[in-house]
Write a protein of this length. Sequence first.
Length: 115
Amino acid sequence: QVQLVESGGGLVQAGGSLRLSCAASGSICSINTMGWYRQAPGKLRGLGATITSGGTTNYAHSVTGRITISRDNAKNTVYLQMNSLKPEDTAVYYCNVKCYATNYWGQGTQVTVSS
């Protein structure tokens, strides 16, 4: 079993920054992908960014250049640094860990960007 604890969401004005953190604990495979997905009201959950245990990153086109994902393998923690936030970035952000074919999800953290 894997537990994910997210933190760092909140309310920010457009143009501002936020940093999300997600700490994973439990039976985590050594080779895994950690990431952030987001779900805006009335929309499907979609990719924000992912990072493999080897450091390879993948970003959604809509956030490229404004968001940076990183991880600390020793702490099993993934971070999402979000800059130049826009109102359309408002969503619930979910932490994800993929171990082989199994996906684990956090409870979600709300990010609200005011105009």
